[in-house]
Design a protein around this ligand. Sequence first.
Ligand SMILES: [Zn+2]
Length: 437
Amino acid sequence: MSNQISKNVTGSIVLKNVNLLGQQVTDILLTDGVISQIGPNLSGNQQVDGTGCVALPGLVDLHTHLREPGREDAETVLSGSRAAAKGGFTCVHAMANTNPVADTAGVVEQVWRLGQDAGLVDVRPVGAVTKNLEGTALAELGAMADSAAQVRVFSDDGKCVHDPALMRRALEYVKAFDGVVAQHAQEPRLTDGAQMNEGELSGKLGLAGWPAVAEEAIIARDVLLAEHVGSRLHVCHLSTAGSVEIIRWAKSRGINVTAEVTPHHLFFTDEVVSSYDPIYKVNPPLRTAKDVQAVRDGLADGTIDIVATDHAPHPAEDKDCEWSAAAFGMTGLESALAIVNATMVQTGKLTWGQVAQVMSINPAKIGRVTDQGQPLEVGSPANIVLFNPTVELKVDPNQSESGSRNTPYRELTLPGQVVATFFHGQPTVLAGQVVSY
Ligand SMILES: [Zn+2]
């Protein structure tokens, strides 16, 4: 059976022979942007062959850098939306460290409208916690929450809200509109000039070390602050075994905290830094094999709630230089699902149903996005990804939809391909390619 589909579908689309959450082969009928039927032998105006594909709810990323406004040479809302759709996402949260910073209703509404215009994924702006990310005065949190963008996630990501009094006030403030503060946990005084994970290897390579305690000390402080004020805390990109232990302890106390891990922290150890290739330079740094094991185990047992990409596009001139001068960050939207397949599914640590939890349902809940991350059942919005986990694909950065090429998986062969993505019933990706309207 071949895919017979045109753009701007007005009638119904049937997804044939898909493996629903890896549990049951069936057909799914999409009508008017909603899942209207699930069962065998369905027909629709148009059809997509899903043979061999797992069907998951459209992925939701809580941590994406889209760079617009200000660094359109690295990424735009449109190019980032295309990369997101190609990776199976139907919703991304755009981080606030743009230029100007997304610290007012005006800027978050601008980003939100750019997302609407691109029309490929739901772009949910993240609001800055502090004015201009300076860590000295709270940004206009209420105005951003009340804006058309309806911001619920606030973060100074890229920087840590290191002043405990300011962090406390932010946690108190967001309670009024059920918001959450997403902390980039990095004690700046412990990471001055840091270049890679602190350990034997950093000594050997002569690169300034970034100790695990710089992350763990902030997380420990913040879970206690969240408990003290009775607010909701989210911890970005957990990278150390100690951080997993602190979150596990906090949850056992009933503290309202959630945590994320990135695909690259699930996949790489700091050994790759031995090449001095700045493609592996990232914040927080890649850690040891023991840490990788701990974040995988934490994701498997629910201590870590979600996978978030921390997609951080940079143009070549910011990455193709010596290690100490290179920018921190790597792209990740297009490869996220294949990496989770490689590290968590093929290793038997997560089922596809659990992948749906950590990459769609849970991040939508944390971001309070009500029409995303819904179970694949009749009546749910038709946000769906079809992923073939058995296709082996070599990563070619020049095939990326992102405005930047800094993928750390270049030249690697990864397991799985996003075959199709549907956003409110409309195909945004077919046969592995973004649909151009
Ligand atoms: Zn960060």
